[in-house]
Design a protein around this ligand. Structure first.
Ligand code: ZN
Length: 296
């Protein structure tokens, strides 16, 4: 009898363990699918232009001095795969091209800044050399550690990476250990991108505030240093989202609204340029206004 009880207990525990792991995998897959599904909405710029136009109209308050600060938005830096994942392909630039871009920056002595440096530039408190550039990487993919980071070190280039807390350790994403190491580097700024890539626009205030504040808090705890800037998942935000981001004491936030002329008016939705638009080192110089295409 006693032996039976043990057996029943054992089988029961095993069953619960398996059930737990199945539910967890399902949940992860669902989150991943949701993440991918919404992905092409804005971050990859496949959104209809009127969506961007609408945002612009919403926040059109061009006051104060404008600064030409090109902020480039990267996602994956990896060899192109032909696996039918067109969204991922559209967000990918090959490592050789990325290296070429860094080489171009280095050869032309073009300085790089972090996103967290921008508020002081906009208010005129920090000297700003033109041309210069800000490199940003959304989502915290594994290749930021394996491909991007070694190249940043090789060319002494800075970059800001936006982390999704709950995706740390998932396949293709950075691990906590890697993130800690990145956090120690003077070439990397770590920013927040919500707990699980939340679609913030229209989200109720309480949930949005939790996503925006808790992601900062957890990253700061993990890294032991302040996390100062934020990136809107899918590039989506509304006035309420922006208010919360300010209230959470972020100093700036990046959007996916295309552009380069930044000012205090858009400090909480800084414009960015898609990395895929820069097909060569020359193209990068062209965007920075250093040289005409093909002249180099
Ligand atoms: Zn993202």
């Amino acid at each position: 009898m006693r032996k039976h009880r043990w057996l029943i207990g054992f089988v029961g525990a095993l069953f619960l363990l398996i059930l737990g792991s199945v539910v967890r995998t399902q949940l992860q897959n669902r989150m991943k699918k949701q993440f991918q599904k919404n992905y092409d909405v804005v971050e990859s710029f496949t959104a209809p232009n009127d969506m961007v136009a609408r945002e612009m109209k919403y926040f059109k308050t061009p006051e104060g001095r404008q600064w030409r600060i090109p902020i480039i938005m990267y996602h994956y830096v990896e060899p192109q795969k032909n696996d039918g994942d067109t969204i991922r392909r559209s967000l990918t630039i090959p490592p050789e091209l990325f290296e070429k871009q860094l080489q171009t920056l280095s050869e032309n002595n073009i300085p790089t800044y972090f996103v967290r440096d921008i508020p002081a530039i906009l208010s005129g408190d920090e000297e700003y050399a033109t041309p210069s550039v800000v490199l940003t990487f959304d989502d915290g993919y594994q290749d930021f550690y394996t491909v991007v980071f070694p190249l940043l070190k090789k060319y002494h280039v800075k970059a800001t990476v936006y982390i999704i807390n709950r995706f740390l350790g998932w396949k293709d994403f950075l691990t906590t250990k890697q993130l800690r190491e990145l956090g120690e580097s003077s070439l990397v700024e770590i920013g927040a991108h919500t707990l699980n890539h939340a679609y913030l626009k229209g989200l109720d205030t309480k949930t949005a505030a939790y996503q925006i504040m808790q992601s900062k808090r957890e990253l700061e705890e993990l890294l032991g240093k302040p996390v100062e800037t934020f990136a809107y998942p899918y590039g989506e935000f509304d006035p309420e989202t922006m208010r919360i981001v300010k209230e959470a004491s972020y100093s700036a936030a990046v959007s996916v609204v295309p552009g380069m002329e930044q000012s205090i008016a858009n400090q909480y939705y800084l414009y960015r340029i898609r990395a895929g638009n820069l097909s060569s080192g020359d193209a990068m110089l062209h965007v920075l206004g250093v040289a005409q295409m093909g002249n180099n």
